[in-house]
Each structure stands twice: as structure tokens, then as C-alpha cells.
Write a protein that binds this ligand. Structure first.
Ligand SMILES: C[S@@+](CC[C@H](N)C(=O)[O-])C[C@H]1O[C@@H](n2cnc3c(N)ncnc32)[C@H](O)[C@@H]1O
Length: 237
């Protein structure tokens, strides 16, 4: 189960530093928009909008009439309203809230891994599409942050493709990032909110042990590696 109060706490704190550190999530937002058909959408719903990295991509590349954005963190509303003053903000946990209308496009970047049941959430979103609508989502695969998982038992929440509709388009990729030190890796994780995965007390001795193991296993020339493993899903109605 996901600790939703930890998710809210970590993201409301990291929104201020998110855009300057979420390099991979920004690349994912750009790629996600490339999966969309070139047409005008009547209504769009974005799930887990945060500071609006994906919202900005949609605004500049896609034509639409109505835009709604959801997030579990109330602070996200002001970021979205600055990008798109006419957007409707829907506050709440996407696993809990009732979506009272249907949309032509539902889109979500790097958010649904924070759901306790990703597959059920995807099916719930599919059911909120109009006829001919499209659901486009990015989540992460089993190798995401594998270095942290190996050292800290940092669990990775991934999607079980076999539980999704048979005609789901699935595209997976690996992105390697490099940092000057293992401590810079931890700082990066904190500044993007990904430390909501697990509450950890990092004492001096735990940190020392972490640095030693990380250098031993994941050093490349003078830098250390961190792996991201995005998965893009496209489901049509
Ligand atoms: C990694 S950020 C992704 C932000 C944005 N989609 C982007 O493209 O950069 C994840 C966002 O999902 C939100 N979130 C996490 N769990 C959620 C849930 N159950 N319902 C709605 N939003 C959620 C977080 O508050 C956070 O703003």
C-alpha cells in the first residue's frame, strides 16, 4: 500500500524545486505528447499535474477547448492557473474521487506509480473516456531507480501489463543519469519528491555505508549512475 499522507507531504514540499530537478519527467512529458493523434480535443483531463511540466507541453502543442487538471496536493492549483487561467482544478486522490464527466483525452505523466492499485486506476480512467477517446499514461518499470532499490530496498511500484486491455500500446525505455556523488543522487531524489516512496532515517553511519556501496557498484569514470525506466501506455476507447 502507498502511504498517501507521505506522498502529499513530500510533494507539497518538493513542488518548488521540482522543475529544476525533474529532467527525466520533463523528457517523459515531451515524449508522451508525441503519442497523441494530431487532432483537436474537446475536453482534456490531466492526472497528477504538479507544477505543470506536461500542462505546458499540452498547451503549446495540442489544440483543445476545455482543460481540467487533478492533483492530490492543493498547492498544484496555483501552478496550473498561472499556465492556464481557464483550467478547472480537481483536488483529490485519483483512486478515491468520482469523475463526474467523460473526457476525449485523459493524460498523466509520472504519477500513477503513486497509486495503490495502478491497473484499477487505469481501468477507472479508461471508463471516463468518451467514445473514440484516448488514455495516455507514463509510469515506471521494474528497473526504475534500481541502484537505490539495491542498496536501500527502495521499492519500485510498476504496472502489470497483463491486467491492462489487450490492445494497450506499451513502449518502454531506459534513461541513465550521472551525478558527481551518491549524496547528489539522494539530493536529486528529494528535490523531485520521489523520496515519498519510503520514510528513511538517514543517520551518518547509514549515509557512509550508502556512499561506499554506491561507489563500489555504480561508479562510471568519475561519476555515479542512476537509472530511470519509463513505460508509456496508450489505450483507445
Ligand atoms: C512526479 S510528479 C509528476 C508531475 C507532472 N505530471 C509532470 O509531468 O511533471 C507526481 C504528481 O502526482 C501527484 N499525485 C501522487 N499521487 C496522486 C494521486 N493518488 N492522485 C492525484 N495526484 C497524485 C503528486 O502530488 C505529484 O504532484
Amino acid at each position: 500500500m502507498i502511504n498517501k499522507s507521505l506522498v502529499k507531504k513530500r510533494f507539497s514540499k518538493s513542488l518548488k524545486t521540482y522543475d529544476d530537478n525533474a529532467f527525466v519527467q520533463k523528457q517523459m512529458a515531451e515524449k508522451l505528447v508525441d503519442f497523441l493523434p494530431k487532432k483537436e480535443f474537446n475536453s482534456i483531463l490531466e492526472i497528477g499535474c504538479a507544477t505543470g511540466l506536461l500542462t505546458k507541453e499540452l498547451k503549446s502543442k495540442i489544440s483543445f477547448s476545455e482543460f481540467s487538471a487533478n492533483d492530490i496536493v492543493p498547492e498544484a492549483e496555483s501552478y496550473i492557473k498561472k499556465i492556464m487561467p481557464t483550467a478547472q482544478f480537481i483536488l483529490g486522490d485519483i483512486e478515491e474521487i468520482n469523475l463526474d464527466k467523460k473526457y476525449d483525452l485523459i493524460i498523466s505523466n509520472a504519477c500513477l506509480q503513486w497509486c495503490s492499485n495502478i491497473e484499477n486506476t487505469i481501468l477507472k480512467l479508461k471508463n471516463s473516456l468518451n467514445e473514440g477517446g484516448i488514455l495516455v499514461v507514463s509510469v515506471f518499470g521494474k528497473n526504475n531507480l534500481k541502484e537505490l532499490n539495491e542498496i536501500f530496498d527502495f521499492p519500485v511500484k510498476t504496472v502489470d501489463i497483463s491486467k491492462l486491455p489487450k490492445d494497450t500500446l506499451v513502449v518502454e525505455e531506459t534513461i541513465n543519469m550521472f551525478f558527481d556523488s551518491p549524496i547528489d543522487v539522494l539530493r536529486h531524489i528529494k528535490l523531485t519528491g520521489a523520496n515519498a516512496i519510503k520514510e528513511m532515517k538517514l543517520t551518518k553511519s547509514i549515509l557512509k555505508d550508502f556512499e561506499k556501496k554506491y561507489y563500489e557498484k555504480f561508479a562510471q569514470k568519475n561519476r555515479v549512475q542512476l537509472t530511470y525506466n519509463p513505460i508509456y501506455l496508450v489505450i483507445s476507447c
